[in-house]
Design a protein around this ligand. Sequence first.
Ligand SMILES: NC(=O)c1ccc[n+]([C@@H]2O[C@H](COP(=O)([O-])OP(=O)(O)OC[C@H]3O[C@@H](n4cnc5c(N)ncnc54)[C@H](O)[C@@H]3O)[C@@H](O)[C@H]2O)c1
Ligand SMILES: [Zn+2]
Length: 348
Amino acid sequence: MTANMMTALEKSKPAEGLWMVDAPVPEIGPDDVLIRINKTGICGTDIHIWNWDEWAAETVPVPMITGHEFAGEIVELGRNVTGLTLGQRCSGEGHLIGTESRQSRAGKFHLDPGTRGIGVNEQGAFAQYLRLPAFNVVPLPDDIPDEIGAILDPLGNAVHTALSFALLGEDVLITGAGPIGIMAAAVARHAGARNVVITDINADRLALAEHVVPSVRTVNVVKEDLNDVAHALGLREGFDVGLEMSGSQAALDQMVEALVMGGKIALLGIPPGTSPVNWGRIVFKAITIKGVYGREMFETWYKMIAMLQNGLNVSRVITHRFPVQEFAQGFAAMKSGQSGKVVLDWTL
Ligand SMILES: NC(=O)c1ccc[n+]([C@@H]2O[C@H](COP(=O)([O-])OP(=O)(O)OC[C@H]3O[C@@H](n4cnc5c(N)ncnc54)[C@H](O)[C@@H]3O)[C@@H](O)[C@H]2O)c1
Ligand SMILES: [Zn+2]
């Protein structure tokens, strides 16, 4: 490999798979930093890109270096960059935003309609080096290891969703025990919920949820009646807050039924295409629904780091670790539906 080349995982052609390639090290602009990547997490989005499904084919130009969940170290600073130093360990927000929109100018950066994603619309983090605007950098404190830094993006989805509504003393229902649902259960516990119940249709995922958050009540909705569980826990009128993290229509329907009158739902899961909703039921139950996209910049990052430093522990959600040369095994583990988070090590 020559001096200005690096190893990267690239979608090189419109077909299934990713390819390990030599790519040029990105050149940074005056407001950017160059980050040497140490660890990356594989996301469901990366699986869509690997599979080259309809969404990926419509969204992702090729060639594209994929990946957006990362931790690394700053190795170069653009000339305008202040407040960051060479050698600084960091993660970062993978949503790149503009500053012209109404919401950006109101300081609500996560609501910028022109958001572009690294690893989706812009060259990503599955590489030895990543160019990132300094604005997007989130420094990592010494007590947060790189592998946790590499899953802050999905933990941030969980935190953003879970903190959408007050949870102290509330009974919380989470549908979908994927990595994000499981981390949301840990956050709900940390935030003082009374009962945290998490549902899935996959027994392996529910076993992982119990392993990560032993105090959570898991429910396999194929085998168990959610209402029976709610009654057994002493809930008289239903759950107060629902966090939808499966993208399943059936799960959302079940959540609406299981909520108290005036309950609240934060929706993170993305249902495929359009799906029918019983709006009358939602109106008559006076339910509040909030859609959640990404992470708040940068309040979610601030809160999650603070919680990690104050007892929130999600490390057991990482079930597989591979050197990047074995990336195909990492993707196979993710695709099996039995893994939690899969982390790749780039310190070649
Ligand atoms: N809005 C955003 O910004 C954003 C960001 C990241 C992920 N997401 C979405 O959030 C969701 C969670 O992400 P993830 O990576 O944990 O996904 P995942 O696919 O790993 O987990 C989803 C889980 O839901 C379970 N499930 C399926 N049907 C169910 C049902 N009827 N009841 C209960 N559980 C059921 C699946 O078995 C699976 O374990 C996905 O839909 C993902 O697309 C949204
Ligand atoms: Zn992700």
